[in-house]
Design a protein. Structure first.
Length: 416
């Protein structure tokens, strides 16, 4: 099993190019199932989750050609309408094939995702939405079996905001008979990026980015080209790393307009931020000030940035409260941070962090994707060596992270 060894204490300086967004690329890859024509994608990040999704689509019969960050897909011949357990258990986003398959082929068998490290994460809203559109759904042998002659437009009001739920139903609705209105829809920028791709494929979608999305179903979609948006969570992770370790970094190929909340928190922590076009620069010359964080659906503070801010708060001046409102068990990094000397108390969904002047390197274990990012940041600021175990989580969602951090001056290496 691979590990990362980090020698803490270096400031971060220099430029880093931000990759395409994992959470936009995954649904957009699934959108290829909606047409028999080729879909040409650019800025697709080289990540394990993307490789898993490509493999899943290939198993179904999709022709996939990847060259660097470009991926060409053609779902002209599909012979298997199934996402098996093996795939779904390694990557929950595999559920995103459900909507497109039922919409275009009238049938899908998708494994129910099992438990998840950060919470129970059911998919009931995906299922209820498809049922409202006329799909017959049976749960059998751990699989969701969905069938529909042709989905029908419906008014669907989500009980709670679900990102992949919104994406699955938005994709399904593009080929439905009639108009679908998604209310209390997720407003995440990745939903908007998917909508742009679908619109380029001929879908009729209005309101993506607001909480009401209206989709007028069409008979057929066609091929298109699409460039995947920059990863706002990767952007935020590098900015927090530099704010915690100190230094001066510039992100290129990113977008500041979708990071408002994160940039405000970094400024509150004492960082100087400058935005110019597609670059964001951050300077930090002192110990950060502790900042309170409360996660909520976009445009509020993202749950995918909570763990990284916990690492920042662990070495900040003062105390902070971090409240997690999206996932019920997303504090697994706390135990590991404590092994580095962090002072954190957890009560329910609230963590209280008392910043300490110095963390001390130790061997720690990554438990999920964003927890891994938090531990890397902690390793960058801890005294001595930190070894992070189970970094396969990190490879699911961060493109070339150790190369990018090394280029910024971090002492980080992979132990194979
Ligand atoms: C997506 C992101 C993930 C991010 C999360 C929240 C992708 C591939 N993943 O995950 O990185 O952390 O949004 O911003 O885009 N829920 C239900 N029933 C459902 C669906 C969701 O109860 O049918 C609950 C979940 O358990 C969770 C909350 O709704 O408590 C939000 O989850 P959701 O937005 O669906 O997360 P994902 O789309 O899985």
């Amino acid at each position: 099993m691979q590990r990362l060894a980090i020698q803490g204490g270096n400031r971060l300086n220099g430029e880093v190019r931000i990759s395409g967004a994992k959470n936009a690329a995954l649904p957009i890859l699934c959108a290829s199932l909606l047409t028999g024509d080729p879909l040409q994608l650019d800025n697709v990040p080289d990540l394990n989750d993307v490789a898993t999704m490509r493999k899943l689509l290939q198993q179904m019969g999709v022709a996939v050609e990847a060259t660097g960050n470009q991926v060409a897909l053609s779902a002209a011949h599909i012979d298997k309408l199934e996402a098996p357990y093996d795939m779904v258990k390694t990557m929950r986003a595999a559920i995103l094939v459900l909507g497109p398959l039922v919409a275009r082929f009238g049938e899908a068998r998708v494994s129910l995702p099992g438990g998840c490290a950060i919470g129970s994460r059911p998919v009931d809203l995906h299922i209820k939405g498809l049922q409202a559109m006329g799909a017959e759904i049976h749960i059998e042998h751990g699989y969701i079996h969905a069938q529909a002659k042709r989905l029908k437009g419906a008014r669907i009001c989500f009980d709670l905001v679900s990102v992949t739920g919104t994406e699955n139903l938005m994709m399904a609705a593009t080929l439905a008979d009639g108009v679908t209105v998604l209310e209390n829809a997720a407003r995440e920028p990745e939903v908007v990026d998917l909508a742009y791709c679908l619109i380029a494929m001929g879908a009729k979608i209005e309101g993506a980015g607001s909480d009401t999305i209206t989709i007028a179903g069409v008979e057929k979609l066609h091929g298109a080209s699409h460039r995947v948006m920059p990863d706002r969570i990767e952007s935020g992770t590098f900015l927090v790393a530099a704010a915690a370790a100190g230094g001066s970094i510039t992100l290129t190929g990113t977008r500041a307009d979708i990071l408002d909340n994160v940039l405000e928190k970094l400024q509150e922590a004492g960082a100087t931020i400058q935005v110019a076009g597609s670059t964001i620069s951050l300077q930090m010359s002192k110990r950060p000030t502790a900042v309170n964080v409360r996660t909520a659906p976009y445009p509020a503070f993202p749950t995918d940035m909570q763990a990284q801010f916990m690492a920042l708060n662990a070495v900040a001046e003062g105390s902070a409260m971090v409240v997690e409102t999206i996932f019920e068990n997303r504090f697994m990094h706390v135990q590991e941070l404590r092994r580095l000397g962090a002072q954190i108390d957890v009560e329910g969904n609230t963590a209280v962090i008392r910043g300490c002047a110095q963390l001390e390197g130790a061997t720690i274990m990554a438990t999920d994707l964003r927890a891994s990012a938090c531990l890397v940041i902690a390793g960058l600021v801890a005294q001595g060596e930190t070894v992070i175990d189970r970094i396969y989580h990190l490879d699911r969602g961060y493109e070339h992270i150790e190369a990018k951090l090394s280029a910024l001056g971090a002492q980080i290496r992979r132990i194979k």
